[in-house]
Design a protein around this ligand. Structure first.
Ligand code: ATP
Ligand code: MG
Length: 335
């Protein structure tokens, strides 16, 4: 009987695996969509360089970190070296230029926490946010993209987790839940911690890439083509990893004391980071260290209400994967 039960489990997990892979495949942006994004980006580059010939335009966020699902907005950073610039003036000027080139819904949000220009390209339907000099985001985008090259299971896991978070309404920092960036870091950390490890810790091995941004040194091993197959000693399937991920955040993470750290590939203590107490608006109820801006906790947006929501959602997901004979329907059920 036990053998029969074991075989049944294996069948279930394999079936589930196929379902997760199908969801992953269905979320990947098409080549056509990628080409449109690139063309739109080139148009922006042309417009921007006419006004600021010295400036650089960079893609960042999910359109460039390989964790973007189909139909995502694109995030663009305008890098201007001149230290004297007034960001609001530049944004207003930029909005002007874009408006006169027939782009739609151009809005300069100069008072936002991260001031941006928002716009839409009527030809492709692509929406876009442009910020100024957010170079750290361009660098952390590269780090995420490099991690994704090492083992395909990272991209698969992160797509499933992001899809889950959007379906369940726990992917909105303005509501006290977590950003997509935070979820991807949680996935990287989780795969670094598997035994055998599925991902290495790129910041702990010989640095082949190094830049200093806003006085922060960002350095890591970026020759990731040399690390393909790193995780091949670990045969865990995507279904097993999704279950393990939710189980970790539902039942194993030490919310009172632990900080997850992709930078070190380990768990640090809140104590050593001095994240034990509320500090202004930073509550540190779930702690995710930014890999470069190490004083920055990506969980700081989570408050005493939303932490409950988040943890209940992790538990719900873990329980569904454990008990539900047809978990995918329930797992991604709109909230
Ligand atoms: P989505 O597909 O949901 O748009 P995204 O990866 O673009 O996912 P966003 O939350 O839009 O995620 O963030 C865009 C980028 O901005 C991130 O990839 C990251 O580079 C940077 N970023 C976002 N939040 C932070 C943060 N709190 N600290 C540092 N960088 C951040
Ligand atoms: Mg984005």
């Amino acid at each position: 009987r036990m053998l029969k039960r074991q075989m049944q489990c294996r069948l279930d997990i394999n079936r589930l695996n196929a379902v997760f892979l199908a969801i992953y495949e269905s979320l990947i942006p098409s080549e056509e969509e990628k080409v449109k994004q690139e063309q739109f980006f080139m148009l922006l580059e042309k417009l921007v360089n006419k006004e600021w010939p010295e400036a650089g335009l960079y893609l960042y966020g999910s359109c460039a970190n390989s964790f973007g699902v189909s139909k995502s907005d694109i995030d663009v950073c305008l890098a201007i070296e001149d230290a004297e610039i007034n960001k609001s003036e530049v944004l207003l000027k930029l909005a002007d230029i874009l408006q006169s080139d027939n782009l739609q819904n151009v809005q300069a949000l100069t008072r936002a926490r991260v001031p941006i220009v928002k716009l839409m390209d009527p030809v492709t339907g692509i929406s876009c946010d442009i910020c100024i000099n957010n170079v750290l985001a361009v660098v952390n985008t590269k780090l995420l993209r490099d991690y994704a090259q090492i083992d395909v299971r990272l991209r698969q896991l992160a797509f499933i987790v992001k899809h889950w978070a959007k379906s369940r309404g726990v992917n909105a920092t303005y509501q006290g839940t977590l950003s997509s960036y935070a979820y991807v870091l949680m996935c990287i950390h989780f795969l670094q911690q598997r035994r055998p490890a599925i991902l290495p810790c790129l910041q702990e091995i010989g640095h082949t890439y190094s830049v200093t941004v806003d006085d922060i040194q960002c350095a890591y091993f970026d020759q990731v083509e040399k690390l393909r197959g790193f995780g091949s000693g670990n045969k865990e399937t995507i279904a097993r990893l999704v279950w393990g991920f939710f189980n970790y955040w539902a039942y194993s993470h030490d919310y009172a004391n632990a900080v997850i750290s992709v930078r070190t590939g380990s768990i640090l203590s809140k104590h050593e980071k001095e994240w034990t107490r509320r500090n202004g608006n930073d509550r540190h109820l779930i702690c995710i260290e930014d890999p470069f801006e190490t004083s920055h906790d990506l969980g700081r947006v989570v408050d005493k209400f939303s932490i409950k929501v988040l943890r209940e959602e992790f538990e719900r997901a873990a329980d569904i994967l454990h008990n539900d004979p047809n978990p995918c329907a329930t797992l991604f059920e709109p909230y």
